[in-house]
Design a protein around this ligand. Structure first.
Ligand SMILES: *[C@@H]1O[C@H](CO)[C@@H](O)[C@H](O)[C@H]1NC(C)=O
Ligand SMILES: *[C@@H]1O[C@H](CO)[C@@H](O)[C@H](O)[C@H]1NC(C)=O
Ligand SMILES: *[C@@H]1O[C@H](CO)[C@@H](O)[C@H](O)[C@H]1NC(C)=O
Ligand SMILES: *[C@@H]1O[C@H](CO)[C@@H](O)[C@H](O)[C@H]1NC(C)=O
Ligand SMILES: *[C@@H]1O[C@H](CO)[C@@H](O)[C@H](O)[C@H]1NC(C)=O
Ligand SMILES: *[C@@H]1O[C@H](CO)[C@@H](O)[C@H](O)[C@H]1NC(C)=O
Ligand SMILES: *[C@@H]1O[C@H](CO)[C@@H](O)[C@H](O)[C@H]1NC(C)=O
Ligand SMILES: *[C@@H]1O[C@H](CO)[C@@H](O)[C@H](O)[C@H]1NC(C)=O
Ligand SMILES: *[C@@H]1O[C@H](CO)[C@@H](O)[C@H](O)[C@H]1NC(C)=O
Ligand SMILES: CC(=O)N[C@H]1CO[C@H](CO)[C@@H](O)[C@@H]1O
Length: 636
C-alpha cells in the first residue's frame, strides 16, 4: 500500500494538535562530537540456497545441464516427437562431467524429434538475443533447430536453425547467438528445445548431448554472467560488500563435499559441480571468479568465506584439528595466492593464465561459518587461531573475521585486529529487544552482523512490514554503535519460490519475466544504505526509546545530517528533530503500511518507500511518524 504523506495522515494532524505537544517526542541532534561510523554499513550475504545461484542470480537458465550432484536423472528434460531420452554414464563429456543425455531416435522415425529443457520451473523469456550452447557427440551433421516455446501455449518466441558437424568419436561444441526472442513471454511456463525437424536424418541413431546452456543478455554483458532480472535488484540495493560463498553451503555434508575453490574456476566444462548443502546440485558456474566479478560490477568489496575444518555431517561431525587441519590451511593459502599472487607464484600464474592479469582485492576473510554450531565450538579456538595466524603471516593487511562472537568458542586472548560475526534470526519482539545489544560491547572487537532477519516461525513465507520495522530498530541499534558494529547483511538474500529451503527471504522470484519481488526488509536496507554519514552524532531526548527508536549520523565533508526513525507501534507518533542551524527543507523517505502487509509475487508493490520533504522552522523539523513506519530524514 502506498501511503502518500499527505493523505490519511494529514487528517490526523488537527487531532494531534488538539491534544497538544505533550505527546511530541523531542530529539536534539548534536552538531559536533560522535564517533567515526562505517561508510558501508549494509551489504549482501550470498550462498546458494533456495536456488539463489543456479536458477537465480546466475544467468544460465537451463536446469540439470551437466547432470551434477548425487542423483543423476532426467529432471527438467522431456522428449520431443519420437525421441527417447536417458541419462548415460558410459558416454561422459570428460572426467569432470561424467554423465550425458542420450537421445535415441527409432529407425522408422518421421516428423520432429528432439528434447526440451524446462529450466528452473520455467524460463523467463524476454525479447532479446539469447546466447545458447551445448556439446554433442554422434553420427550427425546437418541442421538442428533451437527454439524458445511457451510450454502450454505453443507460442514460438524464438527459433534458429544451426548447421552442425558431428562425429561419433568426439564431442563437438556448438555456440550461437542466432536464437532471438521477438516477444516477452506472458509467464514463465516456457521451454528451450533442440529439434531435428526431419527425424529421418537421425533415424536409428543415438546422439549424446551435454552442458546445454542458455543465457539472456547478462548483467554488464559478462560471459557466463548474471541474470539482469535479479542482479539489477541487488545492484539497486546500494550495498557496500558481498560475503560469499556461504553460509552453510561452504561447509559441505562431508569434508570431501565442501565448496572447493579450485573446482569452481576455469572453463565451465572442467567444473565438476557438487551436491550443495541445501538439497540440490550446484553447477559451480557461479564460481570464485564470477563472485569477484559480481562484486566488481556492483562496486562491492569482498568478504571471502573459507572452509575451516567443520563439515555439516548430520550423523555427528568431528571437526578437523591438529595435523589433519594443515592441508586445509594450505589450501586457503593457495586460494589467496591464486587471488592475490603475481605471475611468479604457482597459483597467481594460474589466475593470469585464465586471463586475469590483475589480482582481485580481498580485504576480509571469514574463517568458516557459524562455528559455534554443528559441534564446532570446542575446536574453533584452535582452528580459528591457526587459520588466522597463517593468513596474517602471509597477508598482514587482510582482516580476519571469526564466524561467531560466542566467547566460549573463541581463543583467549582474541587476536588483536580480528573481527567477529554475529547472526540472528529472531521473532520481531526479540529483534527489537536486541536494540541495546551492542551498547556495552567491547570497543576493541569489531562486529560484522553477517546474517540477520526477522523470522517469527519457519512457516513465515514473506517479510512483512512490522517485522521489517523490527529490523530497522535492530539496525538503528547497530548504527548507534557503528564505531564498532561495522557491517550488516540480511539473509538469505534470494529465493526461487518453486525451490525453497528457507523462508522468509529478501528478494523472491519465479520463472516469469517480471516475477521479482523486493521485500519490506529489502526496502529497509535500501533506505539505510542510501542515507548515512561517516560520523555518529549524539541524539538527546526527553523520551525513552520505544516504540520510537532513532539515531543520527553526519557527513563530515558535506555537512549533511541523516536521522533515522522507526515507529514500532500501532499509534502515530509526533516527533520534532532539532538540528542547530538547520534551515530549508530536508528530504524524507517513509516506509509504512498495515502491520502485516507484505510484498508478494501477486502484490509486489504493497509496501514501497515514499519520498517527501519537511521544512525547518528555527532549526526544528516536525514529523508525524505513521504507525509501523521507518522514516529517514536527510538534509543532504
Ligand atoms: C517536547 O517539547 C514541547 C515544546 O517544548 C513540549 O511541550 C513537550 O512537552 C515536549 N515533549 C516531551 C515528551 O517532553
Ligand atoms: C561513541 O562511542 C562511545 C563508546 O566508545 C559511546 O559511549 C558514545 O555514546 C558514542 N557516541 C556516539 C555519538 O555515538
Ligand atoms: C532427480 O534429481 C534431482 C536432483 O537433480 C532430485 O532433486 C530429484 O529428487 C531426483 N528425482 C528423482 C525422481 O529421482
Ligand atoms: C511455482 O510456485 C508458485 C507459487 O507457489 C505456484 O503458483 C506455481 O504453480 C509454481 N510453478 C511451478 C512450475 O511449480
Ligand atoms: C515472432 O513473431 C511473429 C509474429 O509477429 C510470429 O509469427 C513468429 O512465430 C515469432 N517467432 C519467430 C521466431 O519469428
Ligand atoms: C556466449 O556464451 C559463451 C559461454 O558463456 C561465451 O564464451 C561467449 O562470450 C558468449 N557470447 C556472447 C556474444 O555473449
Ligand atoms: C582441488 O584441491 C583439493 C585440495 O584441497 C584437491 O583434493 C582436489 O583434487 C583439487 N581439485 C582439482 C580438480 O584439482
Ligand atoms: C576487550 O577485548 C580485548 C581484545 O580481545 C581484550 O584485550 C580486553 O581485555 C577486552 N576488554 C574487556 C573489558 O573485556
Ligand atoms: C551461536 O551464535 C549465534 C549468534 O551468532 C547465536 O544466535 C546462537 O545461539 C549461538 N549458538 C550457540 C550454541 O552458542
Ligand atoms: C528442488 C528443491 O530444492 N526442492 C526442495 C525445496 O525445498 C523444500 C523445502 O522447503 C524441499 O522439500 C524440496 O525438496
Amino acid at each position: 500500500m502506498k501511503v502518500p504523506r499527505s493523505s490519511g495522515l494529514a487528517a490526523l494532524v488537527p487531532f494531534l494538535s488538539l491534544i497538544g505537544h505533550a505527546a511530541s517526542i523531542n530529539l536534539t541532534v548534536a552538531t559536533s562530537g560522535g564517533n567515526s561510523s562505517s561508510s558501508t554499513p549494509i551489504g549482501i550475504m550470498f550462498e546458494d540456497i533456495n536456488h539463489s545461484g543456479d536458477g537465480g542470480i546466475h544467468g544460465q537458465l537451463l536446469r540439470n545441464n551437466g547432470f551434477q550432484g548425487d542423483d543423476q536423472n532426467l529432471t527438467a528434460y522431456a522428449a520431443i516427437g519420437s525421441a527417447s531420452l536417458a541419462v548415460d554414464s558410459s558416454t561422459p563429456l570428460n572426467s569432470a562431467i561424467t554423465h550425458s543425455l542420450a537421445v535415441t531416435v527409432p529407425s522408422d522415425a518421421t516428423g520432429e524429434a528432439g528434447f526440451s529443457n524446462e529450466g528452473y520451473w520455467g524460463i523467463p523469456v524476454v525479447a532479446a538475443t539469447y546466447n545458447t550452447s551445448f556439446w554433442f557427440k554422434g553420427d550427425f551433421s546437418g541442421a538442428l533447430t533451437l527454439r524458445l516455446v511457451g510450454a502450454s501455449s505453443g507460442t514460438v518466441f524464438g527459433s534458429a536453425s544451426v548447421d552442425v558437424t558431428g562425429s561419433a568419436d568426439d564431442w563437438t561444441y556448438v555456440q550461437t547467438t542466432a536464437l532471438e526472442s521477438n516477444a516477452t513471454a506472458p509467464d514463465g511456463n516456457n521451454v528451450w528445445e533442440v529439434v531435428w525437424e526431419d527425424a529421418s536424418a537421425v533415424a536409428g541413431k543415438t546422439v549424446w548431448f551435454d552442458l546445454v546452456a542458455l543465457y539472456p543478455p547478462t548483467f554488464k554483458n559478462r560471459p557466463n554472467g548474471l541474470d539482469p532480472r535479479i542482479a539489477e535488484v541487488l545492484d539497486q540495493l546500494g550495498g557496500g560488500f558481498l560475503r560469499f560463498p556461504g553460509g552453510n553451503n561452504l561447509e559441505g555434508e562431508s569434508e570431501d563435499n565442501r565448496w572447493k575453490w579450485n573446482e569452481t574456476i576455469g572453463p565451465v566444462e572442467e567444473r565438476p559441480g557438487r551436491q550443495g548443502d541445501w538439497t540440490y546440485p550446484n553447477t559451480d558456474w557461479l564460481g570464485l571468479i564470477e563472485y569477484l566479478e559480481w562484486a566488481e560490477d556492483m562496486n562491492l568489496f569482498n568478504i571471502l568465506g573459507v572452509w575451516a575444518g567443520l563439515a555439516l555431517n548430520s550423523g555427528g561431525n568431528t571437526p578437523l584439528t591438529g595435523d589433519a587441519l594443515q592441508p586445509y590451511i594450505d589450501d586457503v593459502l593457495n586460494e589467496l595466492e591464486f587471488l592475490l599472487g603475481d605471475s611468479s607464484t604457482t597459483y597467481g600464474a594460474q589466475r593470469v593464465a585464465l586471463g586475469y592479469s590483475e589480482p582481485f582485492p580481498i580485504p576480509y576473510v571469514e574463517i568458516g561459518n557459524e562455528d559455534n554450531l554443528s559441534g564446532g565450538c570446542d575446536s574453533y579456538p584452535e582452528r580459528f587461531q591457526r587459520f588466522h595466524d597463517a593468513i596474517k603471516a602471509a597477508y598482514p593487511d587482510i582482516i580476519i573475521i571469526a564466524s561467531t562472537n560466542n566467547a566460549d568458542c573463541l581463543p583467549s586472548p582474541f587476536p588483536e585486529g580480528a573481527w567477529q560475526d554475529y547472526h540472528t534470526y529472531s521473532a520481531r519482539d526479540d529483534l527489537v529487544g536486541q536494540f541495546n545489544l551492542w551498547d556495552n560491547w567491547n570497543r576493541s572487537i569489531p562486529i560484522f552482523v553477517g546474517e540477520y532477519a526477522n523470522r517469527d516461525s519457519d512457516e513465515q513465507q514473506w517479510p512483512y512490514l512490522a517485522g521489517a520495522v523490527s529490523e530497522a530498530v535492530f539496525l538503528i541499534g547497530v548504527e548507534r554503535n557503528s564505531d564498532v558494529i561495522r557491517l550488516a547483511a540480511y539473509a538469505p538474500t534470494l529465493q526461487h519460490v518453486n525451490g525453497t529451503q528457507w523462508v522468509p527471504d529478501f528478494v523472491s522470484y519465479d520463472a516469469s519475466p517480471t516475477g521479482v519481488v523486493k521485500s519490506t526488509s529489502y526496502y529497509v536496507e535500501q533506505i539505510f544504505a542510501a542515507n548515512h554519514g561517516d560520523t555518529t552524532r549524539e541524539v538527546t531526548s526527553d523520551t525513552a526509546f520505544g516504540p520510537v527508536y532513532w539515531s543520527a549520523t553526519a557527513d563530515s565533508s558535506s555537512g549533511a545530517y541523516y536521522v533515522k526513525l522507526a515507529n514500532y507501534g500501532a499509534d502515530v507518533q509526533s516527533v520534532s528533530v532539532s538540528i542547530e542551524g538547520a534551515t530549508g527543507s530536508a528530504a524524507t523517505t517513509t516506509l509504512t503500511g498495515g502491520e502485516t502487509d507484505a510484498n508478494t509475487l501477486e502484490a509486489p508493490d504493497t509496501v514501497v518507500p515514499v519520498s517527501g520533504s519537511v521544512e525547518a522552522a528555527d532549526g526544528v523539523f516536525t514529523l508525524e511518524l505513521p504507525a509501523w513506519s521507518v522514516v529517514v530524514l536527510s538534509t543532504a
